[in-house]
Design a protein around this ligand. Structure first.
Ligand SMILES: *Cc1c(COP(=O)(O)O)cnc(C)c1O
Length: 282
């Protein structure tokens, strides 16, 4: 990340690749801001590198968050197997796949993209079973839940749910910017709102988040990583269950917490009345 960009870009990929590069990783829906990285641009650049230098560098897309959103709300956006260098994609079922933890998917474009040595063949109870997992026995409830949702909601159901998440996210984002207290840090490609103070109040986002806990909300407040670590942001992830009503309540509680902190700070700043100073106005 840099001051003016919170994502990797094609230029910074170009500066880092050479004949030893085994893969370029790009993220659709970064943890820090919920931004989508320019996979198509990176793909086009790697296609050129392939033609000019003979280096065939694949892309892995970490679509943990966006993998269950973009195909429904923005199907034209190319970041997936439509791009020739994209060879594998992961997505978390327990995020926008609408299933409880922990189910995630790792999809390879072709059989040949998963090296044969990584597959473990076991002869188990009379049948040979290929497996590519880190552990063997685990519950399958979330797999069934995912399967149920895929069948029950289908393409149109997921599209409705994701459009609704987007509408609620836009609604809350507009309220935040209209308040004149906050400004957005990302541009809402996904139902993930990252925002910060527009001005500099006498308290931090950490204190605001702490105050909001009194009302039962857990609002993540955190610094961005290296090069941008002087920036503290807050993040709201709008999922299926975060309804318009909840957005209203959350917003009201957020503003209330802000106002209480603002007034408390003002009290403290008044000369001679602060209880911390140990004396009173005569
Ligand atoms: C959540 C997340 C992960 C981890 O995925 P899990 O399925 O929860 O293990 C990886 N990358 C990104 C960008 C994420 O948002």
């Amino acid at each position: 990340m840099e001051k003016d960009r919170f994502c990797i870009d094609a230029k910074s990929v170009m500066e880092r690749i050479d004949e030893n590069t085994i893969c370029v990783g790009a993220i659709m829906g970064t943890t820090f801001t919920g931004a989508c990285e320019p996979v198509k641009e990176i793909n086009d650049l790697l296609v050129q590198v392939k033609e000019n230098k003979g280096l065939d560098i694949p892309i892995h897309v970490d679509a943990a968050s966006a993998g269950f959103i973009l195909p429904f709300i923005n199907p034209q956006l190319e970041w997936d197997f439509r791009l020739p260098q994209v060879r594998s994609i992961n997505v978390s079922g327990h995020k926008f796949g609408l299933v409880y933890p922990g189910v995630g998917w790792l999809i390879f474009k072709n059989h040949t993209d998963l090296p044969e040595d990584l597959i473990f063949y076991v002869n188990y109870l009379g049948d040979t079973m290929p497996t590519y997992t880190l552990n063997f026995s685990r519950g399958s409830g979330m797999v069934l839940a995912q399967y149920y949702n895929l069948l029950h909601l289908g393409q149109s159901g997921y599209t409705n749910v994701m459009n609704n998440c987007m509408d609620n996210a836009r609604y809350l984002a507009n309220k935040l910017t209209d308040s004149d207290i906050f400004e957005l840090v990302n541009n809402l490609e996904l139902p993930i709102i990252t925002f910060r103070f527009k001005n500099t109040p006498d308290f931090t986002p950490f204190q605001l988040s702490q105050k909001l806990r009194e009302r039962g909300w857990m609002l993540p407040a955190y610094n961005l990583p290296d090069n941008t670590d002087d920036m503290t942001v807050m993040r709201v992830v709008v999922r299926e269950t975060f309804s318009r009503d909840m957005a209203e309540t959350f917003y009201a509680d957020l503003i209330k917490a802000y106002q209480i902190l603002n007034e408390t700070e003002k009290e403290h700043l008044k000369p001679n009345v602060s209880p911390r100073r140990g004396h009173h106005v005569t």
